[in-house]
Each structure stands twice: as C-alpha cells, then as structure tokens.
Design a protein around this ligand. Structure first.
Ligand code: AMP
Length: 201
C-alpha cells in the first residue's frame, strides 16, 4: 500500500496466480473458487505462511481477503509472533450493502495486461471490452457470476461474519463505509490504519 510503503497480500490473487501457472494447488482450488466456496484453511494458511516468510514484510503488510474463517483468524493470532518482528495485527472491515456488492462483482472487468479494473455499470471503459489504458482485452473473473455470488454470500454469512466479531471484541478493529467515493474510502482506510497503529497489544 503506497501510503505506508508496505505490500498488499491478497490470498485470492495468490490462488489465481497458482491457477494461471497450472500448479497442483491451483488445480485443487479452481473448482471450489468457481463455485464460490472457500478453499480449505490449511491450504490458505500454508500459502500465507510462505508469503510472510519473504523479506518485504518487516515494516508491515496488508492481508487482503484473509482471514476469512475463525480457524484462519486463530491460526494467524497464534503464528504471527513467529513471522519475525512485524507490527501488531489490526483488522478493517470495508462494509458494502449486498445489492451494491452484486453490482460490483457481476460488473467487474479486468484488463488482461495492465490489470486495471473497470465496472460496466459504474466505471465502464470507453470501448466495451477494451482497456482505455493499453487497448488490451478485458476479462471477467470466472467466480464473478450471479450463482457464484450467491454461494460466496452464503460462505461469508456462515464462515466470515464471525471473524468480524473476533476482532470487534478486541481493540484492533475498525469498520469503514465502502459505499463512499473511492478516494473517501481510501482516506478512511488510511485514517483507520493510522489510529490502529497506535494500538499496543
Ligand atoms: P477474492 O479474490 O478475495 O475475492 O477470493 C476469491 C476466492 O478465492 C474466494 O471466493 C475463495 O474461493 C478463495 N479464497 C481467497 N481467500 C481465501 C481465504 N482466506 N480462505 C479461503 N478461500 C479463499
């Protein structure tokens, strides 16, 4: 994240990278992801552990899309101290209403080359299906369908919502309104991180 000079670690991106490279992990994950289901905790935890063993995480990092289950959250609490000296763990929930989430997910299109993200409803490219920046084709994620969305919401309600309570119960949680304009959401996240970084465990 540019504001803090720390890397953003997205478990979804790491999984999609494995799918693109055709690894065994990618093959195991693809079917679950396309259906909108979560990948098993052990697989994701091992992936995060391997990423946090890298050299660029000393000053901190953003975990994006992780933890998504209580088991992942407690694994992180237990294992964090062994990931060398990193700042204390804090959590931010970016809150967006379900109807708006559906619009963002089914409307999302990504440039196959520069990875710029468009939304056909709220931020369409000038020419449909083509990136304004480099003229490459746009693609849609295979799990950004209405049926996968319904499954993803079910997984969220039963497995991820309890994670919010896990962090809310401690002094290391903030919620920001994800429906505000993009710049305002970014400002709220930065403000939340700055206030949480004062937090001492
Ligand atoms: P995302 O890119 O965060 O929307 O994640 C896309 C998909 O990857 C999810 O629907 C899950 O199938 C899988 N995934 C990403 N992060 C996790 C996680 N922390 N635990 C389990 N599955 C995950």
């Amino acid at each position: 994240m540019a504001e803090f000079g720390i890397p953003q670690i997205s478990t979804g991106d790491i999984l999609r990278g494995n799918i693109a490279r055709g690894t065994e992990l990618g093959k195991a994950a693809k079917e679950l992801m396309d259906k909108g289901q979560l990948v098993p905790d052990q697989i994701v935890n091992d992936m995060v552990q391997a990423r946090l063993d890298s050299d660029d995480v000393h000053a901190g990092y953003i975990l994006d899309g992780f933890p998504r289950t209580l088991a992942q959250a407690t694994w992180l609490d237990t294992h964090l101290p062994i990931f060398r000296e990193t700042p204390p763990l804090v959590a931010i929930n970016i809150r967006v209403d379900e109807a708006e989430l559906l619009r963002r997910i089914t409307g999302r299109r990504t440039c196959t080359v520069c990875k710029h993200i468009y939304n056909i409803y709220s931020h369409p490219p000038t020419k449909p299906g083509v990136c304004d920046i480099d003229g490459s084709l746009l693609s849609q994620r295979s799990d950004d369908t209405e049926s996968a969305f319904a499954e993803r919401m079910k997984a969220y309600d039963s497995l991820t919502a309890p994670v919010i309570e896990h962090y809310r119960a401690s002094n290391r949680f903030r919620e920001v309104n994800g429906e505000a304009p993009v710049e305002q959401v970014s400002e709220s996240i930065v403000a939340a991180l700055k206030s949480l970084r004062q937090f001492k465990p």
